[in-house]
Design a protein around this ligand. Structure first.
Ligand SMILES: Nc1ncnc2c1ncn2[C@@H]1O[C@H](COP(=O)(O)OP(=O)(O)OP(=O)(O)O)[C@@H](O)[C@H]1O
Ligand SMILES: [Mg+2]
Length: 389
């Protein structure tokens, strides 16, 4: 297998996800899924593999990347096209939706439907009808795999559609799940949905729009699968290493078993003239963490603090991360150390606890069995220390 960091993989090249995928299908028998994970862990490859390999006798699966969506109507258009593409293969149309569009447009709708501007205020009804058209015209379970849902909602808010539209969108999607027993949705994305919902709560949103969905975390690869991936990539790139097993194990461990970075390091090895050894692997990883071009986009971990935490929270969040980058700490120790770094009062303990909780949900930190908080990924911790040491 060739190194392809960040590229689209053939489903057969997606390594080490079989158990996770089996679990996901099992859960999808009952309910919809919120697939969470740190960025670049391999969520998109997981859901694309699921779509490619789904049991077509029983399931209709539809994948759609929503990153570029800027308005609710654009979202509905995507859903509509995906639905009609499927129905047209069976010589059917999304009749209710088409009739409704005709009413709005006041004229005949041709074969290829463009949504008229006048449809914008009716996006909710159009979405409802589109889903109805789909579920009534076939008898399999429908699973929409929607990638980058949180980014879409974030874009809606940023692009002036406002908080209210993002809230409505979440509520409508929930209603649709309640209404249609054979409809499932899988939401995922490179940012957490909780970030978007937290921001909406500040604007007065009180609903819990995903409490009917099961949250499932995509972890890094298991050690054996990560080593296997490294071995396959070394072979595919014709890289000769004296200690190939030890080299593969070092690659897997040095990047926390995250497949994206495994692809990168093998690709880096391909372009060096030095003999390939575990030491060279460690050198290359260290270089990547100091790369001024930052191809791994590690600065993202610093920048997103500004995006998702408000002005008062940011200095506290940075202090928490600085303290934990140094050493794992119990909450009491952490709180005391944070107080030495930023102006936090004793009364603000609850607030700090809350931020610690959010940082866990953001995958920055985790609570170990020893009740100490630490960085979840040693690689990110290293980058944090190098860049904020
Ligand atoms: N299971 C896997 N086996 C082999 N390589 C993988 C696997 N999963 C991911 N990769 C590699 O990691 C890259 C990123 O994967 P993917 O795009 O699925 O991550 P993501 O979690 O969706 O990222 P983002 O958070 O940016 O959306 C892929 O292009 C591929 O190079
Ligand atoms: Mg992705």
């Amino acid at each position: 297998m060739r190194a392809n960091p960040g590229g689209q993989l053939d489903p057969t090249e997606v390594i080490g996800r079989d158990q996770l995928i089996e679990n996901l299908w099992h859960v999808l028998e009952q309910q919809s899924v919120l697939l969470t994970a740190e960025r670049r862990i391999g969520k998109t490859q997981v859901i694309k593999k699921m779509v490619a390999e789904a049991d077509a006798e029983r399931l209709l699966t539809i994948y759609r990347d929503l990153e570029g969506v800027r308005t609710p109507l654009e979202f509905v258009e995507h859903v509509f096209y995906d639905v009609e593409r499927y129905l047209s293969r069976k010589q059917k149309w999304a009749t209710r939706t088409r009739n409704f569009l005709q009413e709005i447009a006041g004229s005949e709708i041709g074969e290829v439907v463009r949504f008229p501007d006048a449809a914008a205020p009716h996006w909710k009804r159009l979405l409802e009808r589109t889903i109805e058209d789909l579920v009534t015209q076939q008898d399999r379970r429908v699973v929409f795999f929607w990638d980058e849902v949180p980014l879409m909602l974030h874009n809606l808010v940023q692009r002036g559609e406002g908080d209210a539209v993002a809230m409505e969108m979440l509520d409508v999607l929930r209603q649709l799940r309640q209404m249609h027993a054979d409809l499932r949705m899988v939401f995922t994305g490179s940012i957490g949905l909780h970030n978007v919902i937290t921001a909406l709560r500040r604007a007065g949103y009180a609903n819990d729009p995903t409490n009917d969905m099961r949250t499932i975390d995509v972890p890094p690869l298991r050690s054996a699968a990560a080593v296997d991936l490294a071995l396959q990539l070394l072979e595919g790139e014709n890289i000769v290493a004296a200690e190939v097993q030890a080299t593969a194990e070092t690659i897997a461990r040095a990047v926390d078993q995250v497949p994206y970075y495994i692809h990168h390091i093998v690709s880096d090895l391909r372009f060096t003239d030095e003999p390939v050894t575990p030491d060279l692997v460690r050198t290359l990883v260290a270089r990547r963490l100091r790369d001024p071009q930052d191809e791994w986009r590690m600065t993202h971990y610093r920048e997103r603090v500004n995006t998702y935490y408000d002005d008062e929270e940011q200095p506290i969040v940075l202090a928490i991360l600085d303290v934990l980058a140094d050493e794992a700490r119990s909450f009491a120790q952490l709180f005391n150390l944070v107080k030495t770094q930023v102006a936090v009062l004793d009364e603000e303990e609850e607030r700090v606890r809350n931020l610690v909780r959010l940082l866990q949900r953001d995958h920055y930190i985790e609570l170990g069995a020893d009740d100490a908080y630490r960085f979840r990924f040693p690689l990110i911790r290293r980058w944090w220390r190098i860049n904020r040491g």
